[in-house]
Design a protein around this ligand. Sequence first.
Ligand SMILES: CC(C)(COP(=O)(O)OP(=O)(O)OC[C@H]1O[C@@H](n2cnc3c(N)ncnc32)[C@H](O)[C@@H]1OP(=O)(O)O)[C@@H](O)C(=O)NCCC(=O)NCCS
Length: 150
Amino acid sequence: MPVREMKVDDLPQVLEIQKALAFQDWNERQFCAEIAAGYALCVVYEDAAQFNTFNAPILGYAIFHLMGPDSELLSIATSAAHQRSGIGTALLDAGLSRLDFAGGDRIFLEVREGNAKARRFYEKHGFEPYAERKKYYADGENAILYQKTK
Ligand SMILES: CC(C)(COP(=O)(O)OP(=O)(O)OC[C@H]1O[C@@H](n2cnc3c(N)ncnc32)[C@H](O)[C@@H]1OP(=O)(O)O)[C@@H](O)C(=O)NCCC(=O)NCCS
């Protein structure tokens, strides 16, 4: 599986993916803080043909806070040209496989109400909407809160 932990050296490519998708606006310092945080799992998906070779292109990334019953998916993205080929699923599984759902672990996330692609993706993977935050985003869009408990 061409998923590995994110390194600081990956950030130019990660920031490029984030910028092109324009779905979030984290700066390099925020990514560095996540990479350094003990409770965070930061992963990238490398082009399978070049996995673990020098300068293999990064096609997606995800950031989780793994805190057992209160884990969170903070960010997940696949570069536009490679979407719908299972990369998001592989990145998501890297985090979900660390959780013990039978033991009561849960994972939460929030997503823009109008982000149909991401909502379909989360629902396909067993996330259920449980609350709405009105006008949560700076542009006035609502956030939908999802959880996965099993
Ligand atoms: C959400 C996202 C990470 C999914 O990544 P992906 O690599 O395409 O995901 P996968 O190929 O593993 O999964 C595909 C599933 O996601 C959903 N999906 C992905 N693209 C979709 C689209 N264009 N239309 C409808 N559903 C879509 C579907 O459920 C699809 O399953 P299907 O092909 O059987 O219908 C990706 O769309 C993305 O990067 N979006 C922009 C960033 C973003 O909004 N991130 C989430 C908010 S933090």
